[in-house]
Design a protein around this ligand. Structure first.
Ligand SMILES: NC(=O)c1ccc[n+]([C@@H]2O[C@H](COP(=O)([O-])OP(=O)(O)OC[C@H]3O[C@@H](n4cnc5c(N)ncnc54)[C@H](OP(=O)(O)O)[C@@H]3O)[C@@H](O)[C@H]2O)c1
Length: 233
């Protein structure tokens, strides 16, 4: 977006990474302004949103992308691990949505993109907590979209497949349809520009996952049983 001339307020917890990221935008026509933020702290989210508003103005677009994934072993189900994922991915995004919706509804315009995942379509082995957090986001977005539209606010859900990032660099298995992060970022911008509800990519993988979503339980569990057996080999 900075390449296209936008001023981008970017937030994350690591200050040095943010500074490096902002510096990368120096030759571009737009700019990146860093804001250190942990989205699991609701008060801090509200404060940072006010800081962005007073420093740069109320944003036109907001993309809620922060999130993480750790596999959760179903047979050794760890509540702290599972709740940590829910806290960042689901509660963190909810913390961000509240001040953004308040500002956008008061102005009567704005676009919001919430990054969920194709893994939120169905319960997948190893991803019980991650999938629950992303399924929760998809459901939340489905409910909010028609409520916000009459106020001039367009909300989209972004469901990526596998994208090459530090998060997926940790995966040891072969990731189907792995996409470069720059291509994924472009798809998000184009999708939000079109105002459509779901921005799902890569397209072929998204269609496959949509088929999986339609499968009756008998077939679906036959498939996931195979995945479990393979991971236990
Ligand atoms: N990569 C994929 O294949 C894939 C597929 C589907 C969905 N997604 C979703 O896409 C989003 C981005 O994933 P990614 O692959 O880019 O992961 P990543 O490489 O781990 O990056 C995650 C980003 O979120 C920030 N972040 C994490 N926890 C945060 C917190 N509590 N407060 C503020 N910022 C936080 C991180 O910065 P700090 O650590 O500095 O805070 C980092 O910038 C996530 O929501 C993920 O679930 C990714």
């Amino acid at each position: 977006m900075a390449e296209d001339g936008w001023t981008v307020a970017a937030s994350a917890r690591s200050e040095t990474d943010l500074q490096e990221f902002a510096a990368e935008a120096a030759p571009l026509s737009g700019r990146i302004v860093p804001y250190v933020l942990d989205i699991s702290d609701g008060d801090r989210v509200r404060q940072v949103f006010l800081d962005i508003e007073s420093g740069l103005g109320l944003p036109d677009w907001v993309v809620l992308n922060a999130g993480t994934h750790r596999p959760v072993d179903g047979a050794k189900f760890d509540a702290d691990l599972a709740l940590g994922l829910i806290q960042t991915n689901l509660a963190g995004s909810i913390h961000c949505l509240a001040p953004v919706i308040e500002g956008f509804v008061a102005r009567g315009s704005g676009r919001i993109g919430v990054v969920a995942s194709l893994a939120g379509y169905r319960g997948l082995p190893g991803a019980s907590a991650y999938g629950a957090s992303k399924a929760g986001l998809i459901n939340l977005c489905e409910a909010l979209r028609p409520e916000l539209l009459p106020h001039g606010v367009t909300l989209s859900v972004i469901n990526p497949g596998f994208v090459r990032t530090p998060l997926t660099d940790r995966n040891t298995f072969k990731m189907p349809f792995l996409m470069d992060v720059d291509v994924a970022a472009r798809r998000i911008v184009e999708g939000m520009d079109s105002r459509r509800f779901e921005i799902a990519f890569p397209r072929r993988f998204a269609w496959l996952m949509k088929l999986v979503r339609l499968m009756p339980y008998a077939i679906f569990f036959m498939l996931t049983k195979i995945i479990v057996a393979r991971t236990q080999d």
